[in-house]
Write a protein of this length. Structure first.
Length: 256
């Protein structure tokens, strides 16, 4: 039997002789007219099972407990399905998306907080207004865009719509605004460029906020499901969240 988990199943006329059954779990199953002789049950579990007209003799129980420690399920999962690929995809997606998002967020926050240009405050207000748009509408428009650009089932299609965040830009912009202007003027008198001032002064001062944004973004990427599900239907680009759900839908390891 390729499956190891059975629930609400009925077994009829099952014949087992001189076999070793390892790591099987039977929940609320019914066995009818079955014969089991000279078999070894190793770390199996039978819960609320019914045996009708069964012939069971010379059975050896080897660690058949409901609670036991084993890594067999992990080995079985990684060898039977492509979990390692899903894990790698998730790492790539999380790291690249977070890295690009940090670059965009830091530069945008610096521009809105330190640079002076015509219409800056109006542009930032309109930018904040984007937070009022429901995320479902953004997902739909992003899906249409990447489909027209033939970016479905690619890492570019997965990553690009997630590299900006209005909330994170707003959060970091407010943090940058708290830095005294005197530091900026002193740096400019020393001939420091805007980029060098950003990298050498503002980023170190606001490091706690940047670290917080990084952690939140990594968690968001790692747990994301809706967008990766829409952007990829090829299992080669599945993330862990999508891959595990696909495994569950396919009935792997148990009966649907």
């Amino acid at each position: 039997m390729s499956e190891r988990y059975f629930e609400n199943r009925e077994f009829t006329s099952l014949q087992l002789t001189d076999e070793t059954i390892k790591y099987f779990e039977f929940i609320d199953c019914t066995f009818i007219d079955c014969t089991v002789e000279k078999c070894t049950l190793t770390k199996c579990r039978f819960s609320e099972c019914t045996f009708v007209n069964c012939h069971i003799t010379d059975i050896k129980f080897d660690g058949t407990e409901a609670n036991y420690l084993t890594f067999e399920n992990y080995i079985f999962a990684f060898t039977q399905v492509n979990l390692s690929r899903y894990f790698l995809n998730t790492v790539i997606f999380s790291v690249v998306t977070t890295g690009l998002m940090l670059i965009v967020t830091v530069l945008a926050a610096f521009a809105f907080s330190r640079l002076h240009f015509k219409g800056r405050d109006l542009a930032f207000t309109l930018f904040l207004a984007l937070m009022m748009i429901p995320s479902e509408l953004v997902v739909l428009t992003n899906y249409v865009t990447i489909t027209e650009l033939n970016l479905r089932n690619t890492f570019s299609g997965l990553i690009l719509p997630s590299v900006t965040s209005v909330f994170y830009i707003y959060l970091l912009r407010e943090n940058f605004s708290q830095i005294p202007d005197t530091l900026y003027y002193a740096a400019k008198m020393d001939g420091t460029s805007d980029f060098k001032y950003l990298w050498k002064v503002m980023v170190p001062i606001c490091r706690p906020t940047i670290v917080t944004i990084t952690i939140l973004k990594v968690i968001e990427c790692w747990n994301s499901y809706v967008w990766p599900r829409l952007a990829a239907d090829d299992s080669a680009y599945f993330l862990l969240s999508v891959g595990i759900q696909d495994i569950r839908d396919s009935g792997f390891g148990r009966e649907n």
